[in-house]
Design a protein around this ligand. Sequence first.
Ligand code: A2P
Length: 340
Amino acid sequence: SAPNVAIVGVTGAVGQEFLRVLEQRNFPIGELKMLASARSAGKSVAFRDKTYTIEELTEKSFKGVDLALFSAGGSISKKYADAAVAAGAVVVDNSSAFRMTEGVPLVVPEVNPEAIEQAGIKLGEKPGIIANPNCSTIIMLVPVTPLHKAAKAKRIIVSTYQAASGAGAAAMAELEQQSREVLEGKPPTMEIFPFQYAFNLFSHNSDMQPNGYNQEEMKMVHETHKIWNDAKVGVNATCIRVPVMRAHAESITIEFENPIDEATAREVLRQSPGVSLMDDRESNRFPTPLDASDRDNVYVGRIRTDLSVTDGRGLSLFVCGDQIRKGAALNAVQIAELLL
Ligand code: A2P
């Protein structure tokens, strides 16, 4: 029978996208619980042809729930995921709370679906937590993994151009409001970010580490190692926020053990699930964040040989992927589909 589902953080940017993705993919649902903070309790949300009342999240929210999709931030996941598991649910957690916890599978369905089975997690039988990786990591690994399988990646240099959505609905609203204020000659309101966001860009706002990399950058390093089950591949990330609403872009350069030419790389990517090629040199047409917005696939272009590496053992790419969708809600729902 169809699983009973709870959505934690249903009023957020990702929570709302969970509903759209579940509806579009016709995900089978028995009972559905909409959970958020006390601020939202009592408000209504529509799903399919029904209206639901939002309930306040408590430890008792998970009675009878088979599948809980969490996206209310790391501290909420840390506080409530165990209660969901104790009630018998499989938790798919979009936060960073459990990603690096041993025994918690960290899954991109196109890359390492086997990690769920290895952990023994089964809907209705063996509850547990499955972590959804960081959005930038997911969007990088969907196209880079098939190239890695073809020529064995040694080292990845990535620079991100990250959208507002990764910081939640309030950050998207701040970008919109600041844009309007700047155009009207008013001082921009700064509540979420410590910098002006409209008509500007800045180093990712996650905490800076003593090694000079911020947390977002280190997530890309550690999560790649865990998802690939390979701690040797070198990953060097520079994460930047740009004034874009909901899709991330990434410039990626990969050094391989083995040579791989552009034609082979293009063919590999053409056949890769979750990837769309947009690589038209003649008309200088490559992916933009708006091309990728509201789409499931990661768009890949600028596929070219890295001139700084000898023997054709290097490639550069420019990719764009919807942060709220493949970077969060869609990837989580695809994980849930693997459980069905
Ligand atoms: P609420 O709207 O009631 O505050 P975003 O990532 O877009 O900022 O969304 C965050 C989500 O997390 C929202 O749905 C928000 O609900 C939810 N949330 C925040 N704090 C809590 C809490 N203490 N208990 C339950 N949900 C929370």
